[in-house]
Write a protein that binds this ligand. Sequence first.
Ligand code: C5P
Length: 344
Amino acid sequence: MTVRVPAKVNLQLAVGPRRADGYHDLVTVFHAVSLFDEVTVSAADRSAVRVSGEGAAEVPRGSANLAARAVTALARALSPRTDRTAVRIEIRKRIPVAAGLAGGSADAAAALLACNELWRAGLTGQELAEVAAQVGSDVPFALAGGTAIGQGRGERLTPALVAGTYHWVLAFAPGSLATPEVYAACDRLRAARSGAGRPPAADDAGGRNGAGGPGAAGRRSNVAGPKQPGSTVPGPPGPALSTALLAALRSGDPAAVGPLLANDLQPAAVSLMPGLRRTLTAGREHGALGAMVSGSGPTCAFLAADARQAGDLAVSLAGAGVCRAVVQASGPAPGATVWSGREH
Ligand code: C5P
């Protein structure tokens, strides 16, 4: 049973303070893009994980593998209905590892869907999403795909209405960043800033595009859900959704979306990998409508006006020597899908 599953970028990633359980409350806009891993599961006498493709050497093979953990979580959820749960998991990677594209979460989501089919377990999408949330914060979105608002740790999803197709160029960095380290760096930067009593510097202002500052991210609402463009609902301090970004996404105009891309983890990712600043600058100089670090990084994502401009931008970035590799992708892409190897 083979499942194809997409990478994601976060069009907005608003990070609240660290919670008692170590996680951070988020408001994020997830967007699945057409860069896919494939995961095949088959019944076996002993569980095993095989990985090939992009970054395969860095993926753990044993029970630390996120896809293997997902299979264990599903078997536990089904117990005692299913007993023959040993599976061989083959992961063909195109999504780089520890790159801010949720590749590990994607593989976990694919393994969940594939085992649900293989074992004829018949869990509904909602039931699978509940198991997915136990495995990792980004796993429910990898099952769902499309574009969605994520809240809580990122696991509580509301679909977002999006018009048109968005064309992206993804610049892979020559290294990886561990998500917990990026969140920890974000906490440190914030503590240092509030200790010094000064606002963020322009280029580090929450990774916002355009002029920087809260206005550039659009007015933000503390409540998720459809609203008038730019409306603000008073609420407790915390991460807040950019209603202006949601309105731009509904309009289908990439030129409106580009300046509203915002990632609170960007300053932290850049502090850990300063070379990313050059990558982001190069993308902007070569005409990207928006430039940001994807999730916890270090992949940089650039929004283009159309497929043709994305092609030009990809060539320019590859030639500028500011990243390890460049790929083009479009979104929103579908979530985890049983895959016959052909486009339908
Ligand atoms: O949920 P997941 O295991 O993918 O998260 C990986 C790590 O990222 C967590 O252990 C935590 O350090 C950090 N994280 C966070 N707040 C979130 C999501 C992830 O601090 N909302």
